[in-house]
Design a protein around this ligand. Sequence first.
Ligand SMILES: Cc1cc2nc3c(=O)[nH]c(=O)nc-3n(C[C@H](O)[C@H](O)[C@H](O)COP(=O)(O)OP(=O)(O)OC[C@H]3O[C@@H](n4cnc5c(N)ncnc54)[C@H](O)[C@@H]3O)c2cc1C
Length: 175
Amino acid sequence: MDILGIIEKMLDGIEVKLDYDFFDHREELENIAEKIVFTGPIDKFYNYRFGELEYRSLRFETEILDVENYQGNAVVNYTEYEVPYTRIIEHKHFEYNTANSPKTVITKEYPDKWVQGKEPYYTINDEKNNSLYQKYAELAKADKNVIFGGRLGQYKYFDMDKVIVEALNCVKSIL
Ligand SMILES: Cc1cc2nc3c(=O)[nH]c(=O)nc-3n(C[C@H](O)[C@H](O)[C@H](O)COP(=O)(O)OP(=O)(O)OC[C@H]3O[C@@H](n4cnc5c(N)ncnc54)[C@H](O)[C@@H]3O)c2cc1C
């Protein structure tokens, strides 16, 4: 079964709403089920009662270049202080593109300060933020109707495989 088939099977018989922000429909969504799996920001869920958690954001710049192959690889990381971007993505290498286009599309990722309204890409797990998160985690522990999951719900960086393991463990512990 391909990945699309797996997802279709997982969602079979489930109503899916897209572009439907939890906070814009909170009352409705809190009243349609006994339990909520919440994968948004835990501090916002509790109306920033103890203050805001901090995140790092990113800014992306995409260019089309007149070369067939720019870096020979999907991702190259840049760690030098003098280089303003942290990595360059060359999209055609993800796609197993066999079309041999004479052009290529690259995206440079620049670190960016996070403010509300921007995408919170990475959590900042320093002492200050971890201890603030602990206060929210205590509230969450007492909230038996809500399961907080994922990088924003648990305020932690997860690689994709780790977040899936976490979700499977969560299912096991509940069922
Ligand atoms: C820039 C970047 C690069 C990465 N690269 C890699 C990589 O190369 N390899 C790797 O293994 N992992 C990578 N990761 C990590 C990977 O993206 C995460 O592990 C994965 O996305 C975490 O899944 P999640 O479900 O916790 O969070 P998300 O994927 O963020 O899912 C959370 C979901 O909750 C929804 N949501 C949030 N708030 C609301 C709301 N208010 N109302 C309704 N819905 C809401 C969001 O729309 C989203 O669909 C990368 C992460 C980032 C940020």
